[in-house]
Design a protein around this ligand. Structure first.
Ligand code: GMT
Length: 380
């Protein structure tokens, strides 16, 4: 198949998932065309079957808000026409789904009029935050209703979309996935030694540091843990709440113990040497960071919110607590970090679940068959 993929190319779960899907499809022999305003971050080297088309957005004094969604629609239609794409797959409804809708219409009205089906994958904040903003709700709802196919990354997100947007069309749940060959335990004392002394535990947090991630809770939990377990905290990622977290860590005397790494290209290396992941989010529709940690045999202490319980089994592959209950999260963290054999057993179980339920070889064929259905329906 020839597939066009559009996503937010910067750091963030939906862009990561979109890029990884593209790379997996390309490895399976499909032709993949990324269409976006910059190169997706995990698309680091040139690969067979992978193409990238940049969307140029012109700046004119008249455009206080340059119309990216229109430039994207034009580019999608152009690329689809020139490279004879079979389907567009857009990640994050706003505005990608609307642009795809326009591109489909443009192609249908062109010289060799044809239907270019498109699939919208809902990731979370496009529904739970942005999509529910009154100014975006009607157009988001419209583009979901008029997509050829819609997928959601968890049952939680599908149900919430149906309920809050009053959607009457089917939405297929296809879980996020992890490449278990790439995400795995790294028994590398040298790399560990870059961040911690022998005998110290390594805790890790990975996110875009937005308020929904409750970054201050990460620091609060760690502050309690390190009083009982010698440890360090790696903070991977960047975003608006990073400065407040840095300030908080300094104020609590944790400057040497909390290491802010910023945005990282080689996330798997850092997760692979960690002992425990902290994910105290207000809401996660899935929690990709927890899945990547699981593949690296790293259990997660997370909040029991959204789609997280579909990923983490409490007491088996991690721990789930109420939002804001930093004492409980710290208690769970200390308990597991103090019991080496249980920590490793929980890590191994997490790896097994990651492989069996969320491995690329389980999930990618679900997308392939869904694309096939949509392409077939469009040619009928
Ligand atoms: O909140 C983020 O991390 C960003 C956002 C995105 O679209 O980039 O993440 C959402 O999609 C991820 C990938 O599917 C999911 O793992 C996250 O749970 C989801 N975030 C929320 O629901 C808050």
């Amino acid at each position: 198949m020839k597939i066009g993929i559009t996503c937010y190319p910067t750091y963030g779960g939906s862009g990561v998932v979109a890029t990884e899907i593209g790379l997996e499809l390309a490895d399976r022999g499909h032709e993949v065309h990324f269409i976006s305003y910059s190169q997706p971050i995990r698309l680091t080297s040139s690969r067979p079957n992978v193409h990238y088309h940049e969307v140029e957005v012109s700046q004119y004094p008249l455009f206080e808000y340059p119309p990216y969604d229109l430039a994207l629609a034009s580019r999608m239609a152009e690329v689809a026409d020139i490279y004879s794409l079979d389907l567009l797959h857009v990640h994050y409804a706003i505005p990608h789904s609307v642009s795809a809708l326009l591109a489909r219409q443009m192609l249908a009205n062109g010289n060799n009029g044809r239907r270019l089906p498109f699939v919208t994958t809902l990731h979370g904040t496009d529904i739970t935050l942005v999509g529910l903003d009154r100014s975006y709700l009607p157009i988001t709802r419209f583009s979901i209703e008029h997509s050829d196919g819609v997928t959601a990354i968890s049952n939680y997100l599908r149900d919430r979309t149906v309920q809050e947007f009053e959607i009457h069309r089917p939405i297929r749940v296809i879980y996020n996935f992890v490449n278990c060959a790439h995400y795995c335990r790294k028994n590398d004392p040298e790399l560990r030694g870059e961040f911690a002394e022998p005998g110290e535990r390594i805790l890790v947090h990975l996110s875009n540091f937005r308020p929904v991630k409750r970054i201050p809770d990460v620091i609060e939990v760690f502050d309690r843990v390190r009083k009982q377990v010698p440890s360090r905290l790696l903070m991977i990622g960047d975003g608006p709440d990073r400065p407040a977290a840095e300030w908080m860590a300094k104020r609590k005397g944790l400057r040497d113990r909390v290491i802010f790494l910023g945005k990282q290209d080689r996330v798997a290396d850092k997760l692979g040497i960690a002992d425990l992941m902290l994910l105290p989010s207000e809401l996660e529709s899935f929690g990709l960071a927890a899945l990547e940690a699981m593949a690296c045999e790293v259990p997660t202490v997370a909040t029991r919110m959204g789609g997280v319980p579909e990923v983490i089994q409490h007491g088996e592959t991690g721990y789930l607590a109420h939002v804001g209950d930093v004492d409980e999260m710290a208690r769970c963290a200390v308990e597991i970090l103090s019991d080496e054999s249980r920590l490793r057993a929980m890590g191994r179980r997490g790896r097994q679940v990651a492989e069996e339920k969320f491995g690329a070889s389980k999930i990618i064929p679900q997308y392939e068959s869904y694309y096939g259905e949509m392409i077939e329906a469009a040619t009928r």
